[in-house]
Write a protein that binds this ligand. Sequence first.
Ligand SMILES: [Zn+2]
Length: 502
Amino acid sequence: MMKKYITYLLLFGFPLFGCQSKVAENSTYQQNWMQLEKENKALAFDADIQLSESEITLDKKLFQIRKDFLANTEKQKISLYNSSFDQLKPLIEGSTLFEILQLMPKGGLLHTHSGGITDAKWVIATARKYKECYVYDQADTKDFIFGQLGFFEEGKVPRGFVSLNKKLSSQPGFEKQLTELLLLKRESLCTYSDYWIEFEKRFTRISLLLPYRPFFKEYYKKGFEDLVENKVQHVEIRYVFDELYDFKHGKYPLETSVTDLQDVVKEIQKQHPEFSLKLIYSSFKFLDPKSIEKQLEIAFKLKKEFPNVISGFDLVADEAAGNSIYSFREDWAKLDELSKKYGVKMPLFLHAGESVSVFNKNIIDISSLDNPRIGHGLNLIYFPKTMELIRKQNKLVEVSPISNQVLGYVSDLRNHPARILLSNGVQCSINSDDPSVYGYNGLGYDFWVAFVYWELDVKALKKLVFNSIHYSSLNENEKKQSLVYLNKEWDGFVQKMNGKLK
Ligand SMILES: [Zn+2]
C-alpha cells in the first residue's frame, strides 16, 4: 500500500489535503449526495417494492453468498466476465446461488418459442422409441440438412434418411453428435459463428418432428413438467401454428394443436392446478404484408374460437434479415377493423430491437401500437424518447440474457442493456427464449446471470418475478388467482431459505 502511495506521489505530487477535507465536511455537498442517491433509486423499476423483515434478512444472506462466490472465483482466477455461458455452466450449476434460484418461485415465463422449450437430449431419447422416426445422415441438400429428424411411413422414407434408433445403436458416437447439432453454443466469446444461420438450422432439424401428433403431445407434456418443476406456474409461447398429423388420419385442422395443448395442460393441472398456458400466434418478419394479412385473419379466427388461449400476435426471426415492423403498417392499420369483425382484440407482442444497431428502428413502432410487451428491446436504450414513452405507457420488456449472449448481442453480461432499462424505470421480466437450443431448461440460469452480473437484490428479484404475472396475458380473474398462489409460494420460499441459509 505504502509503495503504491509513494508511486502516486512521485507521479502526481502531493495532494491538496486541506481542500479534500473541506469538501468532505461540506454538509450541503453531503446532503445533495444523499438526496441524489435517493432520487436515482426512486426512478428504478422496483421503487414501489417494500420488503418485509424476513425479505430483508434473505437479502443480506444472498448479498453475502454472492460476495463469497465472487471472492472465490477471483481467488481461483476464473474469468467470470470474459467467459461464455457455456463455459461457465458447470460453475453456475455447482454454486449455492443456483441451488437457491432453482427453488425460487418464478411466476411466469412470458417469452419462449414452440420448438425451443423441451430438452434436446430428451427429444432424441424419446424420438428413437418411435420405429417410424428417421434421421437424415447425408450432406445438406436444398430439401434436408444433416441431422434432420422426421417421422415417415414405411415405404415412404425419403432418400438419405435412416432409422434413428438403428443409427444410434450402430454408431455409438452419433448420439453426442446429434445432440450437438440440436444445441447452439457460444463455445467461447471470441469464436466466430454465423449465429442466426446456425440457430435456424436447429429449428429445421426438429421441424418435421413436432407436428407428428403423438410426439407433439409428449413434447409439450415434458416441456411443461420441466417448467413446473422449476417453479414456473405460467407460460406464454410464441407459437408457430402447423397442422398436426398422424399416419391414420393424415392432417388435422389448426384447432387440434390448441385442443391438444389444452388437454396436456389439464393433465399437468391434476398435480399443479396453478399451471396455465397462453399462446401468442406467431408468424415471420421475412414474409410480405399480404401474407401477414392472411396470417392475421387466421390468428383472429383462432382467437375467436379460443379467446382464453390465444392472447395476441407476433412476428419472429432474425430482425437484421427480415422486414421492418414499419413495413407492415398497413396490416397494423387493419387491426381495429378485424377486431370488430371477429369480436376479439389482438394485442401485439412483437419482437423489436433484438439488435445492437441504431439502424434497426423496430422499437419506434412499439409506442404507437397496442403492444403491451416487447421481445428483447436490446437497442431501446439508443432511442431515449421511445424509452421514455414505453416507460410511461407501462409496457414491459421481455429480457432473455442468456439468449442475447449466445446469439452474439452481448458478450460481458455486466453490460447488458436491461440494466439501463431497469434503472430508468422500464419494467422487465426474465425469460429463457429458446432454452432447449441453449442446452438448459427452466429459468434458474437466466435469473442467476441477472442476479450475479447485474448486482440485483431481493427487491429486484421479487419485482421481476411478480412482473411476469402482472404483465401476463392472463385475464383479471386468472391473474388474481395466479397472484394468490405466487404470493404464498414466495413467502414460503423466503421463510424456507432464511431457515436454511446461515
Ligand atoms: Zn424470441
